[in-house]
Structures are given as C-alpha cells and as structure tokens.
Ligand binder design. Structure first.
Ligand code: GLY
Ligand code: MN
Length: 357
C-alpha cells in the first residue's frame, strides 16, 4: 500500500523532471509513510525515502514507517532535512505548495545552496481515490457516528444545552472507538439553525425547536461526517414541509452520485429541486466535499467544482440544507462512497423526520 503511494509520487517526480519532494503536510506524512506524528518531514527521491523527526518520535517512526530511513534530528528539522536532500544528491527538489509555510520555505531556500527549490507540488490529488483499507476505515468512522446519533436521541430534551448535546455525541463516539472528533461539533438549535456552521453553545434547547447536529468521528486517522436534524417536541407544518423537501433532495442526489457524474451537475440538480418550492435561495453552500484523512478534501460537489467525472473509490458528502435567518434551518448529510455502479451511503442513521416527545 505504501509502496503504491511512493510509486505514485515517483511517477509525478518523473513527469515533472524532479529529483525529490519534501513532504511537510501532517496528513501526507501519514499517507505516504504510515507515520502518525507531527514536526516531521519526508524526503522522497526517485530511489530513496527518509523520514526526519525528533527523539519523541524516533521509535514510533521506526514501527510505523518501515520503508523509510529514520533520521533523528537534534539541530533543527529544516537543517537536517537539507542535509538529507544534499546527501541524496538531489538537484531539483519540490515542496508542498499548500503546506509549507512561507518562513520555512525561505529558510529552506537559504539552506539548500546549489539546489533548485522552486517547484510546488500538490500531493493531495493523489489521495482522491481511496483504496480498500482506507474505505474500511471510513466505513468504521461512519458506523461510530451512526451509533453516537442513536445514543444522543435518548438524551435530547427541552432544557439541555447545545454544548451538553455535543459532549454526549463526542463521548459516545469515543466510547465506540473514535480517536477524536473529525471537526468541531455543530449543534445549532432554534433560530441558530440558520447558521450553517453554528458550533455548539450554552444555548438551552426548547420545545418546538429544530436541532441540527453535524459531527464525525475518526478511525485510524480517517474521518466521517454526518448531519441529522431532529425536532424537540411537536413540529410545525412548515418545519415538517421544509425537512421533507431537503430530505427528498438529499435522497435524489444519492441517486445522481455515480462514476462519470460531474461535481457541478449533482450540485445543480439539488439546487433546482429546492427551487421548485422557492427554497434554493436559502441553500448557500456547496452540496458536498470529499473527505478522508482531512474532513474537507477534493473533489467537491458545488457550482465551482473542477471534478468532471466522479470515480469509484471517491468519497463525497451529500449535504443540502435550508437556512432562513429569523426562522432557523436544517441540514441532512451523509458520507457517500462512489461505487462501480452508483453510490453507497456509509452513514446510515435514521433520517426520517424525528420528533422527540
Ligand atoms: N460537516 C462539516 C462540514 O462539512 O463543514
Ligand atoms: Mn460535511
């Protein structure tokens, strides 16, 4: 698995006439070496691979990154990285354009005398299609989130705060095997429901309010992402109506997510469906994003998506929402796998309209 990832990097080096790349992004350290720690660099050349770290991680790196020569630094990460690049005899070396901070770029440029260090590579692209093992980890992260939703339903009632609901969700995910939340848990109730990213506050949830919960777990470094909206007490006709329209659109998108579909088309279809009831104008964000080691990855499902053609093994979220300032809002989201023949929702928690009484 790591072999195949290194092959992919080396093909990129070949294609661009490069001798090596210095990898610095946290999730890419993991993806290309197997190592799960920070303050580390990888130097990957056409025929060599080194992992430069410090004493906190030397033993761990030896266990997790067996295909890499482990180099322990004491004098500074960037100067040791420079030493390794020079010892590999590399002339033309790339960096991660979306990950190397400017100060470190300047420092490396100074240190790498005699080396051309001007090419930015974007390695995230190599993570777009997930392999079987990655899919199994994401599937597990999704099951963990499903379980947490089931458990939190027994807890939500008028009088509890959004923060308490978030704590229950996060604790239930931990108890079911999650390493940590995959992002800051969103719990937006009542009027706060119009905030698409309303992270939990000390607001007390009251009867008659919709509660949007957007959360995810992490398993072996891989994320899940799910949103469910429920009503505490009896819903109004408008709440029920809008919920069912969003649900219909969300289900329709599941049918459109398949190999060959473009990121723009799927997004547009959902917008048009919501527009039939004049709700499209309240749906201000893209329909979905990919996820994996990061919670937001490419490809996207949106009006700006550059994805011409979804491929089997890609993951996308399907998350339409309606947000009406002064009224509230709701969203329904699943993590979805693109399969050979269509799509499979990996989050499976109940999404029929739930009224907690
Ligand atoms: N579920 C959080 C997000 O998609 O931004
Ligand atoms: Mn999402």
């Amino acid at each position: 698995m790591i072999e195949r990832r290194l092959e992919a990097i080396r093909a990129l080096l070949e294609e661009q006439g490069l001798d090596a790349v210095v990898v610095t992004k946290y999730v890419n350290l993991h993806y290309f070496s197997g190592f799960r720690g920070d303050d580390t660099t990888l130097v990957i050349s056409k025929d060599k691979a080194a992992l430069i770290t410090d004493n906190r991680y030397t033993e761990q790196a030896g266990q997790q990154a067996p295909l890499f020569e482990i180099v322990e630094q004491q004098e500074g990460l960037l100067s040791k990285t420079t030493e390794v690049v020079k010892s590999f005899g590399c002339q033309k070396v790339a960096f991660e354009g979306n990950a190397l901070i400017y100060d470190d770029f300047q420092k490396l440029t100074e240190l790498l005398t005699g080396v051309e260090f001007t090419t930015a590579l974007h390695l995230d692209k190599l993570r777009e299609i997930k392999d079987k093992e990655e899919i199994s980890y994401i599937r597990r992260a999704c099951q963990i989130a499903d379980k947490a939703f089931e458990e939190v339903l027994t807890y939500i009632k008028p009088g509890v705060t959004e923060l308490a609901v978030a704590a229950r969700l996060e604790n239930a995910m931990r108890e079911n095997g999650s390493e940590k939340p995959s992002f800051t848990t969103i719990v937006a109730s009542g009027l706060r429901g119009s905030l698409p990213h309303g992270t939990a506050t000390d607001k007390v949830i009251e009867a008659g309010e919709l509660v949007t919960m957007d959360f995810g777990g992490m398993y072996q470094g891989y994320c899940s992402d799910i949103t469910r909206t429920i009503c505490v007490g009896e819903a109004s006709d408008r709440q029920r109506f809008i919920y069912n329209k969003v649900l219909d659109a969300q289900k329709m998108a599941l049918g459109l997510i398949k190999p060959g579909a473009s990121g723009k088309t799927v997004d547009l279809a959902v917008r048009e469906a919501l527009d039939k009831d004049d709700l499209g104008k309240y749906f201000g964000h893209g329909l979905g994003h990919s996820l994996g080691l990061e919670i937001h990855e490419s490809p996207r499902l949106s009006s700006k998506s550059t994805c011409e053609s979804l491929q089997p093994g890609m993951l996308v979220t399907d998350e339409p929402g309606v947000y009406i300032p002064g009224w509230g809002g709701l969203r329904i989201e699943d993590t979805v796998l693109v399969t050979e023949s269509g799509s499979e929702a990996l989050t499976c928690a109940n999404k029929d309209f739930i009224e907690i009484r």
